[in-house]
Write a protein that binds this ligand. Structure first.
Ligand code: ADP
Length: 189
């Protein structure tokens, strides 16, 4: 299996590149942000809980997120592989993911990290908010909170994969198709 973690701060372009990667490599796309938003839309119990964190730019608690992802993984019987988008976002999530994949006799192949500086992220997120109406992209304070959460809790996940020699950083500035070719080069197939 080809299991990729697509990593990067909010607004780095994970969603855009995931869409291209799943098409090329036939992978299952698991975006925890998308799953939370679907739950919010359907007004599930999980959605109500997640919304209270997301609206404030905070991470949803690990236990909730990990259980949700575990249930989601079980929906796919013989996948070619997964692309994890927005997960893992904490070291505890990274450890849980390794354990979950081990029970399925597989593991993470590679972490691909899209690197974009903060000023550019703030600009992109505000633009996306104006376009999509996504609440957490429309408020500069919430955007800053998400960037701060990323720096405090999510950046350490990079070291987790670095120590496993699975980390590859890619410049996330520039043309979407160029960035996509850099990602494909790293995947090497
Ligand atoms: P972005 O990467 O642009 O912030 P996402 O859609 O990935 O957008 O995430 C939106 C929000 O959903 C996050 O700010 C957070 O509140 C919540 N969320 C998504 N994934 C996770 C996760 N793995 N752990 C905790 N919270 C998460």
């Amino acid at each position: 299996m080809l299991n990729i973690v697509l990593f990067g701060p909010p607004g780095a372009g994970k969603g855009t590149q995931s869409a291209k990667l799943i098409e090329k490599y036939n992978l299952v796309h698991l975006s925890t942000g998308d799953i939370f938003r679907a739950n919010i839309k359907n007004e599930t119990e999980l959605g109500v809980l997640a919304k209270s964190f997301m609206d404030n730019g905070k991470l949803v608690p690990d236990e909730v997120t990990i259980n949700m992802l575990a249930a989601e993984l079980d929906n796919y019987k013989q996948p070619k592989g997964f692309i994890f988008d927005g997960f893992p976002r904490t070291s505890a999530q990274a450890e849980a993911l390794d354990a979950l994949l081990a029970t399925k006799n597989t593991s993470i192949t590679l972490m691909l990290a899209l690197e974009v500086e903060e000023d550019e992220l703030r600009k992109r997120l505000l633009l996306r908010g104006a376009d999509s109406g996504r609440a957490d992209d429309m408020n500069p304070e919430v955007i800053q909170k998400r960037i701060d959460e990323y720096n405090a809790k999510t950046l350490p996940v990079k070291e987790y994969y670095q120590s496993q020699l699975k980390f590859k950083g890619i410049n996330g500035l520039g043309n979407i198709d160029d960035i996509f070719s850099f990602l494909c080069n790293e995947i090497g197939m």
